[in-house]
Design a binder for this molecule. Structure first.
Ligand code: HEC
Length: 403
């Protein structure tokens, strides 16, 4: 019953998180596009203080958008702000983190092969990482270093590397990745809440008072919004990373995470440049190549060596052994009636009650238990390397049923 309710809550908040996230990132992409598509306005608009304008068609109507250099003659009665998208993405994300990784800490956050934490300690550590990283980031941005955007970027990059390594020493692979993502998300929303919104408020109130706006909040907001720009694509990768155990279940998962964060941030740089009318397609090509090299570097050993050495086993013995391995290591969870305490319904709908079921799922089994060691989940059943090899041979033979 409890699991069933949690699953529904998980579904609801994942859905809300997706909607709010799309609205947030979508709006920020849209405004970036607007800024970079503005054209020189006609003189009558320029005289009104308009810096650039553009025309667009969408949903059956034509839109005229104009951006003021500073402000219109009078403040409009309704000025639309964009902030709730960011706040609600963070709030739904934190609820989701709690539902999946904190209430399910024993399943998803703690990996006894990494560290034997109690659920309370794991959750406490997770929250400390998030709050601590945010405070450290704020202190750094308030320090004299903030006057040198490149230095601060270098310090942040080193801190991120250390953080990824540290998280991977404490949590399960996906727990480490999701915390890295939650920290990025928290910094980004914190930037909106603590820096970007106050700068906008100060601009609006200066204009309303008819005074020249103070440039300091705008300069600070610029630094923080640059950070947000570069963090967007890495964050989106981390949001979907839990589907890809070849990344988070790799023995050096923190390095894989850093590589993907760098690649996605550099890909973002391509768009930043393009928005400045600089087109450097080789940056995108470089990112593609780097991803390919990463995929090769972390490929499972047996994919890199040509063919698996086939130690001939009589067919009957292999069938018995393969089927026995699945019964020992998989069907506790993956069955029509699982016996596992936490997973009372077959996870991901994968049921392995018969050798025919195994044949149906053979590719996914290979991906989860042989190419990566993502299954058995957290290796709760203690599957050995030899057993994985035998399982691979049995699958390669077409998973024949025992005699
Ligand atoms: C302790 C419970 C448990 C055991 C034992 C277990 N699994 Fe899983 N399995 C899970 C969970 C939980 C998921 C869902 C994973 C997720 O959320 O990413 C899953 C998902 C899967 C998937 C679907 C994932 C995909 O992307 O296709 C496959 C295939 C799979 N397991 C195979 C296996 C095999 C093979 C074994 C035995 C070698 C095994 N599992 C043992 C819990 C378990």
């Amino acid at each position: 019953m409890e699991n069933y309710v949690l699953d529904w809550l998980g579904l609801l908040f994942r859905w809300l998180h997706l909607i709010t996230g799309v609205a947030w990132i979508g709006a920020s992409f849209y405004f970036m596009w607007l800024d970079n598509s503005l054209e020189e306005p006609p003189p009558w608009k320029r005289n009104k203080g308009i810096k650039g304008d553009l025309w667009a068609i969408h949903g059956g109507g034509i839109y005229e958008v104009a951006k003021y250099r500073l402000a219109p003659e009078a403040m409009p009665a309704t000025l639309h702000w964009f902030k709730w998208e960011a706040y609600s993405t963070w709030l739904t994300g934190m609820v989701l983190l709690t539902l999946i990784y904190y209430l399910g800490a024993e399943s998803y956050l703690i990996d006894p092969r990494v560290a034997e934490l109690s659920p309370a300690l794991a959750v406490g550590l997770g929250l400390t990482f998030i709050v601590g990283s945010y405070v450290a980031y704020e202190l750094l941005c308030a320090s004299p270093l903030a006057r040198h955007p490149l230095w601060i970027a270098a310090v942040l990059a080193m801190a991120a590397a250390f953080l990824a390594w540290w998280l991977s020493r404490v949590f399960s692979g996906r727990g480490a990745y999701i915390h890295f993502g939650a920290i990025i998300g928290t910094l980004m929303v914190g930037n909106v809440f603590r820096v970007i919104m106050p700068a906008q408020r100060s601009l609006v109130s200066a204009i309303a008072r008819g005074e020249a706006p103070d440039p300091a909040p705008a300069v600070k907001a610029k630094l923080h919004s640059t950070h947000n720009t570069y963090l967007t694509l890495p964050l989106l990768f981390i949001m979907i990373s839990s589907h890809y155990p070849m990344t988070y279940a790799h023995p050096r998962n923190w390095l894989v995470l850093l590589a993907l964060v760098v690649i996605t941030a550099v890909a973002r740089h391509y768009f930043v440049l393009r928005h400045r009318q600089v087109n450097r397609p080789w940056i995108v090509a470089g990112c593609g190549l780097a991803t390919l090299l990463l995929a090769i570097a972390i490929a499972p050993a047996h994919l890199r060596s040509a063919g698996t050495a086939d130690t001939a086993t009589p067919e009957d013995a292999l069938a018995d052994e393969g089927w026995h391995i699945v019964r020992t290591h998989c069907t506790g969870c993956h069955a029509r009636a699982p016996t596992d305490e936490s997973f009372t319904r077959a996870p991901a709908g994968v049921m392995l009650d018969t050798p025919a079921d195994v044949r149906q799922w053979s590719d996914r089994i290979r991906s989860q238990a042989i190419d990566t060691h993502n299954m058995p989940f957290m290796n709760s059943t203690g599957m050995t390397a030899t057993e994985r090899e035998r399982l691979a041979q049995w699958l390669a033979a077409g998973a024949p049923a025992p005699g």
